[in-house]
Design a protein around this ligand. Structure first.
Ligand code: C2O
Ligand code: CU
Ligand code: CU
Length: 497
């Protein structure tokens, strides 16, 4: 990683500095909960999957309930399993009093079933998209994409995981027993008031977006999962509204990243620490054969001193474990010898990625993400430093098509910002990162992606091709995946034809 930490922050005088750290749990310690595993709904044979968008009540911490939203459950949604060359039939029924659009993030499907803001489901209405799954194995997700309300609705629970399998993923010696050695791990952060109710306000979000104070995994604080004494696959989804996490283990153990947003890497990449941006997915393998407990840490950027190049060293060097500052594990894995263990060595080679030749790249587009300072928070917005967020000078407008892209050809997209780091996302495709913040993509970012981190220092560059149509009526989106930036307009629409 070539990133300096200070660039992750926006302005030093950020209006609201939430998320001061993960060292103080919001409540006194109680017996840890076990990791909730969302129900697995198998849509492989085209069976319709019913997803009722509804109100709920959820305990992030035992004994304290707060109003939430979910898909057929109180908070979050079931995990949907599908497969390359199959049809996925989703049946959404919106029982809320407000409209909801639901997007399949990472899916290569046409614009009319992509679930962007143009496809808002009115209260009491239904939406039943039939999705032809053509893409290779990957961990994707579905979440609210409602115009101006995405941050609010995702924060309250409108998100779930999608697992796509294919023949390659079936043929490899990888853990794939859902809920046993193949675990969905949805990382989010939430802020609670004194009564334990969720706190969220788009207007009060600072430049960084809404940063929750407490990490929750699948909706629970610091849960424990019992896993076999073998290889364990964690499908990490950064489902936070705004936070970048540094992820590693308390014992600095090596883990292997096998897949990113759009599917497998060519080979497993050994890591001891990685940064996961909002919206990003990483599948990692850890080896539990030694029987030791593994503590997954999801550290906040502000836990590190700016001048400590600490993330490049082991965690144990950074934290004085004798002091009070030992970070609390976001998720603890403990071994249960009675569970069936997958102990085969990891495959050395997983897939082959073919990059386009330079002569195949027909066009270059530049995208500049901008945050304009207002008057410093005085007056104009009642004291809140609300900024205008735009891409190439345009604030998201549902009636404007910002780009028109030709189907089936390669393009190079160059993206940067005028301030701070942003996770840039593109609908309807997977792309390859050529350069990230001015330097070559690190090995673990060299697979198929739909998220790329951009900043104000230098260009990030991707090569991308769109194989499905998106019309003026149902265009695709590109946007910053800090949901408060998206909701304030850091998003654009494009057609593919
Ligand atoms: Cu995950 Cu357009 O979003
Ligand atoms: Cu998306
Ligand atoms: Cu942003």
């Amino acid at each position: 990683m070539s990133v300096t930490l200070s660039r992750r922050r926006f302005l030093a005088n950020s209006a609201v500095m939430l998320g001061a750290g993960c060292f103080q749990p919001a409540w006194p310690k109680v017996a840890p909960s076990s990791l909730p595993i969302p129900a697995l709904l198998d849509g492989v044979r085209g069976e319709p999957i019913n997803l009722q968008i509804r109100d709920g009540e959820w305990s992030f911490k035992p004994g304290v309930k707060t109003p939430t939203l979910g898909f057929g459950q109180d908070y979050l949604g079931p995990t949907i399993r599908t497969r390359q060359s199959s049809e996925l039939n989703l049946r959404y029924h919106n029982t809320l009093a407000e409209g909801v659009a639901v997007h399949g993030h990472g899916l290569h499907v046409p614009g009319d079933v992509d679930g962007g803001p143009q496809l808002e489901i009115a209260p009491e209405d239904r939406w039943e998209p039939a999705l032809s799954i053509v893409q290779p194995a990957a961990t994707c997700w579905y979440h609210s994409h409602t115009h101006g309300k995405t941050g609010h609705q995702v924060y309250h629970g409108l998100a779930g995981m999608i697992i796509i399998d294919d023949d390659i993923s079936d043929s490899m010696d990888l853990p794939r027993q859902y809920g046993v050695d193949d675990l969905p791990v949805i990382i989010q952060d939430r802020t609670f008031d004194a009564q334990g109710r969720l706190v969220y306000s788009l207007n009060d979000a600072g430049e960084d977006g809404w940063l929750g104070e407490t990490v929750v995994i699948n909706g629970v604080m610091s849960p424990v999962a019992r896993v076999p004494a073998g290889k364990v696959r964690l499908r990490l989804l950064n489902g936070a509204n705004a936070r970048f996490y540094f992820v590693g283990f308390a014992d600095s153990r090596t883990f292997y990243k096998i897949a990113g947003d759009g599917g497998f890497l060519e080979s497993p990449v050994p890591l001891t620490m990685m940064e996961v941006a909002p919206g990003e997915r990483c599948e990692i393998i850890i080896d539990m054969a030694d029987g030791n407990t593994a503590e997954l840490l999801t550290l906040f950027e502000d836990d590190f001193d700016d001048d400590v190049a600490g993330i490049f060293r082991s965690l144990l060097d950074i934290f004085d474990r004798s002091a009070e500052s030992v970070p609390q594990a976001a998720l603890t894995l403990t071994v249960d010898e009675t569970l069936p263990a997958q102990t085969a060595p990891l495959p050395e080679r997983m897939i082959t990625i073919s990059r386009p030749r330079e002569s195949e790249i027909v066009r270059t587009r530049n995208f500049m993400l901008t945050m304009e300072d207002d008057d410093g928070g005085q007056g104009k917005h009642g004291g809140h430093a609300i900024m205008d967020m735009a891409i190439n000078g345009a604030v998201m407008d549902m009636n404007v098509i910002n780009e028109q892209v030709k189907r089936g050809v390669w393009e190079r997209w160059r993206i940067r910002s005028n301030q701070g780091a942003h996770p840039f996302h593109v609908h309807g495709c997977s792309f390859l990162i050529e350069q990230m913040e001015g330097t070559a993509a690190p090995p673990d970012q060299q697979g198929w992606k739909d998220m790329v981190v951009v900043d104000d220092d230098d260009w990030s560059e991707i090569v991308v091709r769109f194989d499905h149509p998106a019309t003026r009526r149902f265009p695709y989106m590109y946007h910053c995946h800090i949901l408060e930036h998206e909701d304030r307009g850091m998003m654009g629409q494009f057609t593919v034809g």
